[in-house]
Structure formats: structure tokens, C-alpha cells
Design a protein around this ligand. Structure first.
Ligand SMILES: Nc1ncnc2c1ncn2[C@@H]1O[C@H](COP(=O)(O)OP(=O)(O)OP(=O)(O)O)[C@@H](O)[C@H]1O
Ligand SMILES: [Mg+2]
Length: 253
């Protein structure tokens, strides 16, 4: 079971010009086995939503609730959220010089499971995940994200998804910067994750291309800090041809 329930979420960020409200009452429920796509203009607050769910300290929740299977996510520390089964693939993955991919993954897996993975099966799992994502085995010895190309960073995020096996995966523009083959490989990785019927996926994207590989159950339009519209996959196609104008004007009115 995995239901992520977001109700009337308000979030502010402290900027040089004072406190700014970015999320203005977000409602979203992701049930077991559902894939939700969020599309919306630049700066509308999509990444802020992803970071707020994951517990980034820069964002202050000023109202509303986030629960995972009934447990209060907002009360949890960042690691507790990860242990509870939340996973975030960031839009701009951070570099961690001096920490190898292999060590990073093992440390993360150990922290999440509460015990170190058995070495033999772990090496097999890591190599298997790399092979499935067509990553060169030498990657495991490189520093996390350091000098990785845009596409390599995104594959590395999906490799984490594959190995850490969370309940709910939030993927923030995991499709951006991928070439055609990599987009397919990454989508296949997400679809393998989705095969387990109890998983939830929140996919933030600007492009309908990825939605042809990963079929969403729901598409949401996100404008000015809240959901402006909800529909099925056809809504993504509509947005592709008409853009966000209608929703942006309605939000201003
Ligand atoms: N740490 C921060 N400091 C200052 N402003 C911030 C911070 N984080 C977010 N913002 C502002 O909040 C707004 C929403 O940003 P966010 O990154 O959530 O948008 P987005 O919808 O993900 O955009 P994009 O499609 O370009 O990725 C922007 O105006 C951004 O400048
Ligand atoms: Mg963003």
C-alpha cells in the first residue's frame, strides 16, 4: 500500500526580498499503482512541490498536510521520509566529489533498509541495474555526478530508483537532456519500477514525449503554485498544442 496525500499545501521560501509564498494550496492524492504527471510553466512551483515533499530545509510549510499511508510526512526528518518510502530524483542532481557511486548507493541502501545489503547480491544488483540502464561499469567508481553529462546524471537517478525501491517516486524533469535512446532506457527503468502494482509515481515534465513511454493515469496542470486542471493523458496532448495561456490567464483573474 502506498498513498501519498497532499492537502491544501502552502509553502514559502525566504528570498533577498523577503518571504515569498510559492505553493498556494496544493491538493494531490497519489494512490497505489497510479502515475501522475504534472506539467506547468517555468517558475510555477513544481520543483518546490517536489522538494517540499522530500523535506528540503529551504522550504517552509505554512499550511496544509502531506501524509504517506496516513503517517504525517511533514513531521519526519529528510531521512525518515526516505525510510518511509519517498524518493526524489532532482531536476538538478548535486555533485558529491570524493564519494563514489558504489559507496553512495551502498550507504543509501543501508540507511533506508536499516542494515547493510549482503555484499554478493548487492554487487550483482548494482551491476544488473547498470547494465539495464546501459551505463558503463566504470561509473560505479566515479564520484557521484561529478563531470557526469546531463543524461548520465539522469540515468544515475533511475539507477538509485531501481536499487532503493521506494514506495513513491517523484521524478523532477528526469526526461530533460536525454537523447532518444536514453529516454527509452530511462522510461523502461521507470516502467520496471511501476510493474510492482503498489508503487506511486509523480512525474514532473515539460514534454509529452516521455508520456508516450510512461503512460500517466492523470495529468495535472500546475500554475502559480496550485493545480489548475486535472485530466487523463489526452490533457497532455491538448497542452502540447494550446500551451498554458488559458490556465495562466485564469490564475491571474
Ligand atoms: N530557494 C529559493 N530562493 C528563491 N526563490 C526560489 C527558491 N526556490 C524557488 N524559488 C522561486 O519559486 C518559484 C518556483 O520555482 P520552482 O523551481 O519550484 O519552479 P518550477 O515550476 O519547477 O520551474 P521549472 O519548470 O523552470 O523547473 C520561482 O519563481 C523561483 O525563483
Ligand atoms: Mg523545476
Amino acid at each position: 500500500m502506498a498513498t501519498l496525500d497532499i492537502k491544501d499545501l502552502h509553502v514559502t521560501v525566504d528570498t533577498e526580498d523577503g518571504t515569498k509564498e510559492i505553493l498556494k494550496g496544493v491538493d494531490l492524492t497519489i494512490k497505489d499503482g497510479e502515475t501522475h504527471a504534472i506539467m506547468g510553466p517555468n517558475g510555477s512551483g513544481k520543483s518546490t512541490l517536489a522538494y517540499s515533499i522530500a523535506g528540503h530545509p529551504k522550504y517552509t510549510v505554512t499550511g496544509g498536510s502531506v501524509t504517506l499511508d496516513g503517517a504525517d510526512v511533514l513531521e519526519m526528518s529528510v531521512d525518515e521520509r526516505a525510510r518511509a518510502g519517498l524518493f526524489l530524483a532532482m531536476q538538478y542532481p548535486v555533485e558529491v566529489p570524493g564519494v563514489s557511486v558504489a559507496n553512495f548507493l551502498r550507504t543509501a541502501k543501508t540507511a533506508i533498509d536499516g542494515e547493510a545489503p549482503k555484499l554478493r547480491t548487492w554487487v550483482k544488483d548494482v551491476n544488473g541495474a547498470m547494465e539495464k540502464l546501459s551505463m558503463d561499469p566504470s561509473f560505479s567508481q566515479r564520484s557521484v555526478n561529478e563531470g557526469f553529462s546531463g543524461g548520465e546524471k539522469k540515468r544515475h537517478e533511475i539507477m538509485q530508483l531501481e536499487l532503493l525501491d521506494p514506495k513513491v517516486a517523484i521524478l523532477d524533469e528526469t526526461d530533460s537532456g536525454l537523447d532518444i535512446d536514453a529516454l527509452k532506457i530511462v522510461s523502461e527503468g521507470v516502467n520496471r519500477f511501476k510493474q510492482n502494482s503498489d508503487k506511486g509515481v509523480l512525474l514532473i515534465t515539460h514534454y509529452t514525449r516521455i508520456l508516450r513511454y510512461i503512460t500517466p493515469d492523470f495529468v495535472h496542470v500546475f500554475v502559480d503554485g496550485r493545480m489548475a486542471e486535472q485530466g487523463g493523458p489526452e490533457l497532455a496532448e491538448e497542452l502540447e498544442s494550446t500551451g498554458y495561456d488559458k490556465y495562466v490567464s485564469a490564475a491571474r483573474a
